[in-house]
Design a binder for this molecule. Structure first.
Ligand SMILES: [Zn+2]
Length: 132
């Protein structure tokens, strides 16, 4: 007995198509901007290029803080123009992305939890990528 329900499609199929382009874009962005901007700021490092950041960290004797998440500096709330504007992106480490950034956003409006892939985490959608 087949339980094929044509109307039972979840919106994750849309997200998946969108998600692939985003995975590619964020991987490229993290190659060009590999460090957490909040960690650098906390360390008092104002360098913006990769070699300068590596040198500045070496001088301070700290490891260069790798970013794991591409964050949207302005909450895009689904607006594709804001979403894809790389000038509005920043690399963050996971602790900063999950901590400070959410506190900032809590001050303004309620925002959904954001997963490491940059998509909101929905409580009723436990689906996860395998990190492929
Ligand atoms: Zn950080």
């Amino acid at each position: 007995m087949r339980a094929k329900s044509w109307h039972g499609a979840t919106k994750s199929s849309t997200q998946r198509g969108y998600g692939y382009a985003w995975q590619k874009a964020r991987a490229e962005y993290l190659q060009e901007h590999p460090y957490c901007v909040f960690c650098l700021r906390d360390a008092g490092i104002t360098a913006t290029t990769v070699p300068e950041i590596i040198l500045a960290c070496a001088r301070r004797g700290i490891p260069a803080p790798l970013a794991q998440v591409v964050d949207h500096r302005i909450p895009h709330r689904g607006d594709p123009v804001l979403f894809w504007d790389r000038k509005l992106w920043q690399g963050l480490c996971a602790p900063h992305h999950n901590g400070e950034k959410q506190q900032i956003e809590k001050g303004g409006r309620v925002s959904p939890r954001i997963g490491l892939d940059g998509f909101p985490i929905e409580a009723d959608a436990p689906e996860r990528g395998d990190g492929g």
